[in-house]
Design a protein around this ligand. Structure first.
Ligand code: ADP
Ligand code: NI
Length: 220
């Protein structure tokens, strides 16, 4: 199977697997990340085939939706790629991308194994962009609704600098997620293209939050 065919087959596999997924982690999230990853990759020294494959498979089985099991995503991707007769070296790289792309993995101070690659950096930026801006806001509230969390509670302050366990187990209102993750992302971008795109989305979220508090406090 040539690379183009493999990408097409992977797209079908991902669409099928994510049928019925939560609105922030569905096929359209993958498609946006895939398109942004290709865009960011143009300015970087990367293997675009790995970037495309990694972007398509990065949320194939998110631990959040699988009782916290963080091995299931890499495993599911590897099973699929092996069936497609992809080289082991590529499979290994894709598994590392899936494992390390997540924000919570970056909070894990115990994990000394650290993996880095330019392809991971591109995909991570594309995934982070989708957590920002108008779409980022929609995804956060959708996820909060899915978890039955409140929108905002002035009595529950956000916790910045949480460790991985407390971040994962957080039951906090969705507005807190902006301070615990979303507003921190613009300073974590890996690429120049990613940083530029993140800036505008960051400012939009700040404007949104100001309006939110104005309305909450009865100021029109
Ligand atoms: P991680 O689970 O490592 O934070 P993800 O990239 O899987 O990273 O998170 C994806 C998206 O899921 C976030 O950008 C956000 O939209 C949503 N999300 C995750 N946790 C929360 C939360 N506690 N509150 C609201 N949205 C959340
Ligand atoms: Ni994602």
């Amino acid at each position: 199977m040539d690379k183009k065919e493999l990408i097409a087959v992977t797209i079908n596999f991902v669409k099928e697997t994510l049928r019925g997924a939560e609105g922030g982690h569905d096929w359209y999230h993958i498609e946006r990340v895939y398109e942004n990853a290709k865009l960011i990759a143009k300015g970087e020294d990367v293997d675009t085939f790995i970037v495309e494959l990694g972007a398509l498979l990065h949320d194939i089985a998110d631990a959040k939706f699988h009782e916290g099991d963080e091995t299931i995503g890499p495993k599911k991707a590897a099973d699929f790629l092996r069936k497609m007769k992809v080289e082991e070296e590529i499979i290994d790289h894709i598994q590392n991308i899936i494992k390390y792309v997540s924000f919570k993995t970056s909070l894990d101070t115990e994990d000394q194994s650290k993996f880095e690659s330019n392809e991971l950096k591109v995909i991570q930026d594309a995934d982070r962009l989708d957590a920002l801006g108008a779409i980022g806001i929609a995804r956060a509230f959708n996820y909060g609704g899915y978890k039955n969390r409140s929108l905002y509670d002035p009595k529950v302050p956000p916790l910045v600098n949480q460790d991985k366990e407390s971040y994962k187990n957080s039951q906090a209102p969705t507005i807190n997620h902006f301070y615990e993750k979303l507003l921190l992302l613009k300073d974590k971008m890996n690429t120049k293209t990613g940083r530029n795109l993140a800036q505008k989305r960051h400012e939009f979220m700040q404007t949104y939050l100001n309006q939110f508090y104005d309305e909450w406090n009865g100021i029109r």
